[in-house]
Design a protein around this ligand. Structure first.
Ligand SMILES: C[S@@+](CC[C@H](N)C(=O)[O-])C[C@H]1O[C@@H](n2cnc3c(N)ncnc32)[C@H](O)[C@@H]1O
Length: 227
């Protein structure tokens, strides 16, 4: 079954004295995710926001491979923000900014996105394993913000389990979906076509679906030509 951690640090795994949390799924999945991000990010420069960074391990891993990109991790959860900052401090990389407190349910994301203290127009938004463990309005806010803040050639990368044509792509995803909905009726594995509709409203279009291990996908969205 797909991974299911709502709050790292409360999953029985050790918390480092500086607040660093560890997500087992990160170790299994980051290389496959990077293989998709890499084709777009390598040899580019600009600002990238990670939405719902969780422990902060993805940002540290990817920032180490992209010295010309400035990474802006973010989350809503206080313990996760602390973990992200602790991973950032430990990595000592100059291209990772302190985490932003972004609640994706708010389409404006956070004040720093428009008061000049945050990133400029974004090269990319990366969001992994968030929109199925959150109400639908979080997906709406993610797309609205991406539509507002991505630059003309920018991309939104969305990683996780998804339904296609209203159907699960694997039994394990169906079981996972049931467990999510039992935990919270507003959660659940999202449909690619429903996300394409949200994208359309935000001036974005789905340009690539990359298959990932364990029945996950990376969906890649770009600005639609008409937007
Ligand atoms: C399953 S974790 C995934 C973390 C990380 N992206 C990863 O793949 O390891 C889901 C993350 O989404 C965050 N999250 C949940 N609701 C959110 C919201 N409304 N806005 C921003 N982040 C949210 C949680 O705090 C958590 O860090």
């Amino acid at each position: 079954m797909a991974d299911y951690v709502v709050e790292f640090g409360k999953d029985g795994r050790p918390v480092e004295p500086d607040g660093r949390l560890d997500a087992p799924a990160f170790h299994r999945n980051h290389q496959a995710i990077w293989s998709v991000l890499q084709t777009f990010l390598e040899s580019k420069s600009g600002d990238v926001v990670e939405a719902g960074s969780g422990t902060g391990q993805h940002v540290v891993e990817f920032a180490g491979r992209t010295p010309d990109i400035t990474w802006w991790p973010s989350d809503l959860n206080a313990q996760h923000l602390k973990s992200i900052d602790a991973w950032r401090a430990r990595a000592g990389l100059p291209n990772i900014r302190p985490p932003l407190r972004i609640d994706l349910a708010d389409p404006a994301w956070c004040a720093q996105m428009h008061d000049g203290s945050g990133p400029g127009k974004l090269l990319a938004v990366f969001c992994a394993n968030v929109i199925h463990i959150a109400p639908w309005r979080v997906a709406e806010g993610l797309f609205e913000g991406a539509g507002r803040y991505l630059r003309a050639d920018g991309r939104l990368f969305l990683y996780g389990p998804f339904k296609r044509g209203g159907k699960h792509t694997a039994v394990s995803n169906a079981v996972f979906d049931t467990s999510l909905r039992e935990r919270d009726a507003e959660w659940g594995v999202r449909d690619v076509e429903a996300l394409e509709q949200l994208a359309g409203k935000a001036g974005l279009v789905l340009i690539e679906i990359a298959e990932m291990p364990a029945n996950n996908l990376v969906l890649v969205f770009a600005r639609s030509k008409s937007a």
